[in-house]
Design a protein around this ligand. Structure first.
Ligand SMILES: NC(=O)C1=CN([C@@H]2O[C@H](COP(=O)(O)OP(=O)(O)OC[C@H]3O[C@@H](n4cnc5c(N)ncnc54)[C@H](OP(=O)(O)O)[C@@H]3O)[C@@H](O)[C@H]2O)C=CC1
Ligand SMILES: O=C(O)CCC(=O)C(=O)O
Length: 409
């Protein structure tokens, strides 16, 4: 099952519980626009290279479309479509006035020089500048992109449209970014982990955690959890995992990555593989890297009681069933990692109003939004005796469906 089939499965499941008409189902599952472009450029050595770029605009019933840009060698149209549809439900679950979109380029960004990365980003914007914009579709960071890439995007977009900071979020603070956006997704993961544990009268202080992926999301989630007294016993990146039964020193790991570019060589009690990390005997497992990492073959190995989907689509439907049957509580991606797009919304609001918030306000508003959405999802799940994922989908699809009906076609 590819990423899109997985996302469709979750949508279909919820749609059948909601009794959506076949026409409404079709309307809500079909993307409004799919753009596929050639990104042609001259590499540092003078040779011409071409890359394939995508922007898929899934749904705009609730507002301008919103979603990140992924630079990764596995990006394809199925994956981008799956991620775009998740954005539609995610923005609705946290009730921010957006639809959903996603984009990406099939490329390994680490194989490019900084000049090449900049040029590729600018050429991509040249191809997309007429379909994106502050009131149409607003990109942001995802895997393989960061605030520097967003800075090139805003600069290139403004060459066509004039001063326009709200055309992209996740920008550097110096270029109208929001204090708190960089940490937001990981912080949200931490806040929601606390909220979930609290339902079982538990807290982070007596909790062990394993996190796969130590990029933007994984590292900020680890920092938050460690600061709150949680014991992060394992972290990983593409070089593999590090395990320490007494808890990893997250500040030291961050410093190591800053100096060396990866966790490779970071000392710990023992080195483990990414597969071993997923099967560790911990309370909380947080996949924060690629999609589809928990599947039929390894879902039975999971020993954690709580699984927080920091990554988009980390659990396939087969695995979801196995884990749910085994009593693992899964906090679904469309809420678990929604802290990022929520603070992107705050950044966009600040850009539109030319008014800057301080970090404390951002953190307070983020907590308010996520907590409110979590409690609503929890109540639906409890009342209907359904898993949290189904409850979150009912919330998201319900809001998009109602907006569609009210607006009329
Ligand atoms: N950035 C954001 O605001 C948001 C991100 N997400 C989702 O969170 C996930 C992570 O995104 P983000 O943190 O931004 O991405 P980053 O590119 O910042 O980090 C990705 C991390 O995953 C690691 N990784 C990559 N491939 C593998 C692999 N095969 N096995 C183990 N680790 C791997 C990377 O290692 P290395 O550095 O060594 O390559 C890196 O540590 C994605 O699923 C994304 O869609 C969701 C919501 C918002
Ligand atoms: O911040 C955003 O606009 C989108 C983040 C994103 O791509 C995601 O939530 O998956």
């Amino acid at each position: 099952m590819n990423a899109y089939e997985s996302a469709s499965h979750y949508f279909e499941n919820a749609a059948s519980v909601m009794d959506l008409s076949p026409n409404m189902k079709k309307l809500l599952s079909t993307p409004e626009r799919e753009v596929k472009v050639q990104v042609a450029m001259k590499m540092d050595n003078g040779e011409i290279a071409t890359f394939v770029g995508y922007r898929i605009q899934h749904n705009s019933a609730r507002g301008p479309m919103k979603g990140g840009l992924r630079f990764h060698h596995e990006v394809d149209s199925d994956e981008v479509l799956a991620l775009a549809s998740l954005m539609t439900w995610k923005t609705a679950v946290v009730d921010i006035p957006y639809g959903g979109a996603k984009g990406g380029i099939t490329v390994s960004p680490k194989t490019l020089s900084s000049n090449e990365l900049e040029l590729m980003t600018r050429r991509f914007v040249d191809e997309l500048q007429d379909v994106i914009g502050p009131d149409k579709d607003i990109p942001a960071p995802d895997m393989g992109t960061n605030s520097q890439v967003m800075a090139w995007i805003v600069n290139q977009y403004e060459r066509y449209h004039g001063f326009n900071p709200a055309c992209v979020t996740g920008k550097p603070i110096e270029l109208h970014g929001a204090d708190g956006r960089e940490e937001a997704t990981g912080r949200g993961v931490g806040l929601l982990t606390e909220a979930l544990l609290a339902k079982d009268k538990r807290n982070l202080q007596d909790t062990t955690v394993a996190i796969q992926g130590f990029g933007n999301v994984g590292s900020f989630a680890a920092s938050y959890i460690a600061e709150k007294g949680g014991k992060v016993v394992a972290i990983s990146d593409i070089s593999g995992g590090r395990f320490n039964s007494k808890g990893i020193n997250i500040s030291a790991a961050l410093e190591h990555v800053r100096q060396n570019g990866s966790l490779k060589g970071f000392e710990s009690e023992k080195d483990i593989s990414n597969d071993e990390l997923l099967a560790l005997d911990v309370d909380v497992l947080i996949p924060a890297a690629l999609g589809g990492v928990l599947k039929k073959e390894n879902a039975g190995d999971v020993r954690a009681k709580y699984l927080i989907e920091a990554a988009n689509g980390p659990v396939t439907p087969d695995a979801d069933q196995i884990l749910t049957d085994r009593g693992v509580v899964i906090l679904p991606d469309i809420l678990a990692n929604a802290g990022g797009v929520t603070v992107s919304y705050f950044e966009w609001v600040q850009n539109q109003q030319y008014f800057r918030w301080d970090l404390e306000r951002t953190r307070t508003e983020l907590k308010k939004k996520l907590t409110r959405s979590f409690e609503k999802m929890w109540d639906i799940a409890t009342e209907k005796h359904i898993p949290l994922r189904s409850a979150a989908y009912l919330m998201g699809i319900g809001r998009v469906g109602r907006a569609t009906v009210l607006a009329g076609i």
